[in-house]
Design a protein around this ligand. Structure first.
Ligand SMILES: [Fe+2]
Length: 434
């Protein structure tokens, strides 16, 4: 293990510092792992390889590493972490998910997804084999009714060539691209996430736009080629899935990395819940400083082309997840990490407009909470909330399993990992017994 954990760069300090690859078996468990949980928890994140450019390193460009934990019959069988190996260039570092019997490591900006197996072996298999174009996104939305992924993707190399274009792409139930619609824009926005409803795909054209060389007095950790444009008019594109026509409406000036979800309500309006930044990537405040994200709801009147906004909570929150089959459908609950001290998880009830808190304890830092529905679940929140927790006192990480219906109670189980899992991005639970 590396011991050198000091850096001028905030993204290389403490638990941001990379770890070496490792594997271990038969892990210690405190509590009881539910017998019905048989599968794999995977999480992707940046883990820069040496030599690291400490001055200019930014985690969005850090080499991807997958951390995996296999659980079977109440036991934690193994933990492994492996660098994402890509035959197609950059190793995707942002998300990992399963679709159409394939597990994909994902990133935005034009790099091809990479396919891995359930033992964390990376393959040379070509994703979307019938389609020449490999660009994708870290955050496709899963339409559980049609077993399809919907994505808005862009390509940094096209942006560099002055091509102001993004693509709407659909991956069908066989893992092939079934729709690929180019969309011309007036600028080059960074688009990290999208949203779907029954009839629409939401395109976020917001004031963080592609810009190289804008920071000649580059600050540590600020070298990422986008910048806040205060003169930019935020726009939301409502792409009709059936006609491919897009209606653009003006929306409040802000930025988002992540949506919670969106859907069409009984009045035909689009409800969008997301984590809203007042401003981000401005010159003086490179990520993660500056404004914090707040849970926000937009109500969009499609006919009038109007948007009303409500901030739902005054505590900063990020990395929201919902039931995995509810993208584009009405949701009641979301599970979210507090932004800042990272020591609380929230279960937000949008119906009652209140929430429960799961406190992880002092000096313990959480990560994105992932919801796993029970096999024969009887309610939207009938399942488990899981994720990694970093303990600063022991300098090790755990994997915790919380009963989602008793969210504030102690975890049902804590799997003690042999080392720490650096702070990272997104992950998924993959059932290995259907
Ligand atoms: Fe993300």
């Amino acid at each position: 293990m590396r011991n050198l954990r000091e850096s001028e760069n905030v993204f290389l300090k403490g638990n941001w510092y990379p770890v070496d690859e490792s594997s271990s078996e038969n892990l210690e468990v405190i509590g009881e792992i539910p017998q019905e949980l048989n599968g794999l928890f995977l999480r992707n994140g940046p883990n820069p390889k040496e030599p690291i450019d400490h001055k200019n390193y930014h985690p969005f460009f850090g080499d991807g590493m997958i951390h995996g934990l296999k659980i079977e019959n109440g036991k934690a069988l193994w933990y492994k972490n492996r660098y994402v190996e890509s035959s197609f260039g950059f190793g995707p570092n942002t998300h990992v998910m399963k679709h159409a019997d394939k597990i994909y490591a994902l990133v935005e900006g034009g790099s091809s997804p990479v396919i891995l197996d359930s033992n964390l072996n990376f393959t040379d298999e070509i994703p979307f084999s019938k389609n020449k174009e490999k660009r994708f996104t870290a955050h496709p939305k899963f339409d559980a009714t049609k077993n399809e992924l919907h994505a808005i993707s862009y390509d940094f190399s096209e942006y560099l060539s002055e091509v102001n274009q993004v693509h709407y792409r659909v991956v069908d139930d066989k893992g092939e691209i079934s729709t690929d619609t180019p969309i011309e824009l007036n600028s080059k926005p960074m688009i990290h996430d999208c949203a779907i409803t029954e009839n629409y795909v939401l395109i976020f054209d917001l004031p963080v736009t592609f810009n190289t060389g804008r920071r000649t007095d580059n600050k540590d950790g600020s070298d990422y080629p986008v910048i806040w444009d205060d003169t930019y008019q935020s726009k939301l594109g409502l792409l009709n899935k059936h006609s491919s026509e897009i209606k653009w409406i003006e929306v409040p000036k802000c930025f988002l990395f992540h949506v919670v979800n969106s859907y069409e309500n009984k009045s035909g309006k689009i409800i969008l819940d997301f984590c809203r930044y007042e401003k981000l990537f401005d010159f003086d405040n490179p990520l993660p400083f500056g404004n914090k994200p707040f849970l926000t709801r937009w109500e969009i009147d499609i006919a009038k082309g109007s948007c009303t906004e409500k901030i739902l909570d005054d505590r900063p929150m990020e990395f929201a997840r919902i039931h995995p089959e509810l993208d584009g459908k009405e949701h009641r609950f979301s599970y979210i990490l507090n932004d800042g001290s990272l020591n609380n998880l929230f279960k937000y009830d949008f119906l009652k407009d209140n929430n429960e808190v799961h406190n992880l304890g002092e000096n313990r830092k959480g990560a994105e909470p992932v919801f796993i529905p029970k096999t024969n679940s009887s309610a939207e929140d009938d399942g488990y909330v899981v994720g990694f927790v970093y303990d600063q006192d022991t300098d090790r990480s755990e994997f915790i399993i919380i009963d989602a219906e008793n969210f504030s109670k102690n975890p049902l189980a804590r799997v003690i990992l042999p080392s720490r899992v650096p702070f990272g991005f997104h992950g998924s639970w993959i059932n290995l017994v259907e």
